[in-house]
Design a protein around this ligand. Structure first.
Ligand code: 13P
Length: 257
């Protein structure tokens, strides 16, 4: 099926970077350059503490806001956590779930990530579900098995109707923040397997609407080739989303892809 039915999405995952006042400068620059275009979906995911400032600055633009995590309950005695309802009230559209850093440093399991995915849909947030293998898993030729298992677990009980609002991000763990990128062919191989899994699980029509982003040292120098692959529908950008110049360049490259 033709890739043209999907709009590219360039999403910036700021991770634990930028205070609210630092965010202000970055958001203003991004807004000024790519805030009005509609050809490419653009989303920024600042830390919780900069969401309100960012939301205010993005009002009236075409840039969407996302959070980097959430707790799968609407409210209650969960010290230190943030709920989907709270994120909606700050105009978040997306929420990154199951990022490898959360799996690794905070012990998040597929079952817990699944609770979050289901809760995000209930609050009309669009989850960006991250999957990806570690270096030792790639070396043991277990990449596809690991990715399938993360999809099975993370998307348990998700309906086809909900899946229309799903975004998947393939992020090979060994490529995150390391400067090592998967070659476009390596990435495409996994993206194609993710697509077939989605077809089996949600049917052709829905699966071909779901965007599969690549993440892992994506930057202007390597984005063009990655974005040209038939099943790469955008990027989840870490390091290169922290400077306006490189992030804007990535949006512009997606426009031309
Ligand atoms: P880098 O682009 O810094 O490698 O990070 C990728 C990532 O983890 C995005 O979620």
């Amino acid at each position: 099926m033709n890739k043209a039915i999907r709009k590219y999405l360039i999403a910036g995952n700021w991770k634990m970077n930028k205070t609210a006042s630092e965010a202000e400068d970055l958001v203003k620059d991004i807004h000024q350059s790519v805030g009005q275009q509609t050809e490419v979906g653009v989303c920024i995911c600042p830390p919780f503490t900069a969401l309100e400032t960012s939301a205010r600055l993005l009002e009236g633009s075409n840039i969407q806001l996302g959070a980097q995590n959430m707790y799968p309950k609407a409210e209650g005695a969960y010290t230190g956590e943030v709920s989907p309802v709270m994120l909606r009230s700050l105009f978040c559209t997306f929420v990154i779930l199951g990022h490898s850093e959360r799996r690794e440093y905070f012990g998040e399991t597929d079952a817990f990530i699944n609770e979050k995915v289901l809760a995000s849909f209930e609050s009309s947030l669009k989850p960006i579900l991250c999957v990806g293998e570690k270096l030792e898993e790639r070396e043991a030729e277990k990449t596809l098995e690991v990715v399938r298992e993360q999809l099975e677990g993370g998307l348990k009980d998700v309906t086809s109707e909900q899946a229309e609002n799903l975004v998947v991000a393939y992020e090979p763990v060994w490529a995150i923040g390391t400067g090592k990128t998967a070659t476009p062919e390596m990435a495409q191989e996994v993206h194609a397997v993710i697509r077939s899994w989605l077809v089996e699980r949600f049917g052709e029509t829905v699966a071909h609407k779901i965007r599969i982003l690549y993440g892992g040292s994506m930057k202007p120098a390597n984005a063009e080739e990655l974005l040209a692959q038939p099943d790469i529908d955008g990027g989840l950008i870490g390091g290169a989303s922290l400077q306006a110049k490189s992030f804007i360049e990535l949006v512009n490259l997606a426009k031309q892809a």
